[in-house]
Design a protein around this ligand. Structure first.
Ligand code: TXA
Ligand code: MG
Length: 325
């Protein structure tokens, strides 16, 4: 299959929207990471997302919309959901809500893995919202990487992994936030954090009150006992390092420590927003270069778990988790 490369000009986004309407799969930039989108109402199209990613069919997708009214045609609007939507959308927050029954247009049960709930979000990039508007479809979109691998924050990352497996990639430059959306489950009595992400707990708690944390998300969906390995580079990852071995690449944060070999600094000034933006690109870089140099692993300096640091540490912990395969 030929993968077309589009710019984010209106005319090329319109071409991409036509591909979506016809049941194709298109990667596009959101503020968090690149997503791999298809018409959420077309089961065959949704199936192609799972195929391209090698994603297990029991792992549901987030459904993306371009406006509030559209979202609440598909899921039940609670008071808290409405309040959070007004405050954080468009943006890096995904809400899990009960699906409405008997709507005219049905979201494919393949996209929601037959659950009674649905994960919904309105992304903030112009390209994402125009793609949704022009295609006139809700768009199911996971991150545009092979299942279990590092999420893509540039169009080049998507191309390297999914070229020939998808119909098109729209290049809108690097993602602003750099980590995926925060997933908050509102389908139970108490709001539950399923994945820390681009909207911080510090921002959510004043509105939600107490939030239960139910991480890692994969253990809830996959059978218990399986491991949480995800975002996995090929090289093993070691966390909270104050000392780096000569055969390791260094992923630094803040004022760097002595290391003459391969290294990248997420943020010299210990800025967590900057670190989140750089995270996936730097992990990929150290993994590829490190292997070429014959290094044995990636050592990561300590990162605080406040603000965006919680999402960064979550991704790094999964990158360091024991591998399934
Ligand atoms: O920032 C993001 O959220 C990106 C962009 C493209 O929007 N998308 C993304 O999708 O990260 P994905 O598929 O890589 O991660 C979505 C997570 C999965 O872990 C999935 O299990 C969970 O959302 N999820 C989806 N529907 C759910 C539901 N109904 N209940 C619980 N978890 C759900
Ligand atoms: Mg993903």
């Amino acid at each position: 299959m030929m993968t077309s490369l589009f710019s984010d000009s209106i005319s090329e986004i319109k071409q991409a929207a036509t591909i979506i309407k016809q049941g194709g799969v298109v990667a596009f930039g959101t503020e968090t990471v690149y997503g791999l989108g298809a018409d959420a109402t077309n089961s065959q199209a949704v199936q192609r997302i799972y195929q391209a990613k090698g994603r297990p069919s029991f792992n549901p997708l987030i459904i993306h919309f371009s406006d509030l009214d559209h979202v609440f045609q598909f899921v039940i609007k609670t008071e808290l959901a409405h309040e959070l939507a007004l405050k954080f959308w468009p943006g890096a927050l995904t809400l899990v809500l009960q699906q409405k029954k008997n709507t005219n247009t049905q979201i494919s049960p393949i996209a929601t893995a037959n659950l009674s709930t649905m994960a919904v979000r309105i992304p903030s990039t112009k390209v994402a919202r125009q793609l949704i508007k022009f295609s006139q479809k809700p768009i199911a979109a996971p991150s545009a990487n092979s299942s279990g691998k590092i999420s893509p924050s540039t169009a080049q990352h998507v191309f390297q992994e999914l070229n020939h497996k998808i119909d098109a990639i729209i290049d809108s430059g690097p993602c602003q936030v750099g980590v995926e959306s925060t997933i908050l489950d509102l389908s139970n009595n108490v709001p539950t954090l399923l994945r820390p992400g681009g909207v911080t707990l510090e921002d959510l708690i004043p509105i939600c009150g107490p939030i239960i944390s139910n991480q890692p998300i994969e253990t809830k969906i996959i059978a218990p006992g399986q491991l949480s390995s995800h975002y996995a580079p090929h090289l093993p990852v070691r966390l909270n390092c104050h000392e780096i071995f000569p055969d390791e690449a260094l992923l630094a944060f803040g004022p760097p420590i002595e290391h003459t070999g391969l290294s990248k600094n997420l943020s010299n000034t210990a800025n967590l927003e900057e670190a989140a933006q750089n995270l996936f690109a730097y992990l990929r870089f150290l993994d590829v270069q490190g292997r070429e140099l014959g290094l044995k692993g990636i050592a990561v300096m300590p990162i605080p778990k406040t603000g965006l640091g919680l999402a960064i540490c979550d991704r790094l912990t999964r990158a360091a988790a024991p591998r399934l395969a």
